[in-house]
Design a protein around this ligand. Sequence first.
Ligand code: SF4
Length: 208
Amino acid sequence: MTTIRLARYSLHCSTLGPGVRGVVWVQGCSQRCPGCTSPEMRDYNGGIEMDVKELAEKFDASSDLEGFTFSGGEPMDQAEALTELIEELRRRRNNDPSFMSYTGYVFEELQKNGLQSHQKFVSNIDILIDGPFIESQYANLLWRGSANQRVYFLTPRYKTWESRINEPGQGLEFEFDENDVIQWAGIPPLNFKENFQKLMEQQGVNVE
Ligand code: SF4
C-alpha cells in the first residue's frame, strides 16, 4: 500500500490549470521561500496520510474533470506516490486526464540531478511550473505568482496555451471543506491570506 502525505484536496478547481481540475496539495516542503503562501504545508509531520487508491476514489465523485494539478508543499518530495496516483487516475478515467504539477525546484536542476523517481514523475506530466516563489518577484501571471516561475508544456496537449502564459492569473476560488472550514485555491495577491483570515475571524468563520 502506497500512501501520500496530504495537506488537502479539491474536487473542483478552475484556477490552477486548464479547464476544471482536481487538485492535490501535498504536505511537506524543505524550501523556505520568503512570503510562502502555504507555510502550513511545509511541515513533513503535518497533514494526513492517505492511501493512493483511497485518494483516487475521492475524485470519482467529480466525473467531469479535465485533469489534475499537484501543488503543496513540494510534489517532487512525493514523486513516487504521485506517479502511482497518476497511474490509478488514468486507470479509472480511460487514460483521459491531463496532469500538471508545481515544483520549487528549477527544471534544469531536476533534469541534471533529479532522482529517478523525479524523472519518472515528470515524464507523466503535461504542464510543469518550476521554481520557488520569490516575494520580490511577485507577479499576477497565469497559474503562478512569481516572475521567475516558468511554465513548461511537456506534451503537445496544451501547446495552444503557450501564447497565453503572460496573461493575468485566473483569480481565486473558495469552497467549504467537510469541516466547514473555508479553503481557497488559486494564486493570491501578496498578504492576501493574513488579511482574509483577519476579516473572516471577525465574522467567526474558520479559514485555512
Ligand atoms: S516551494 Fe511552495 S510550499 Fe515550499 S516554501 Fe516555497 S512557496 Fe512554500
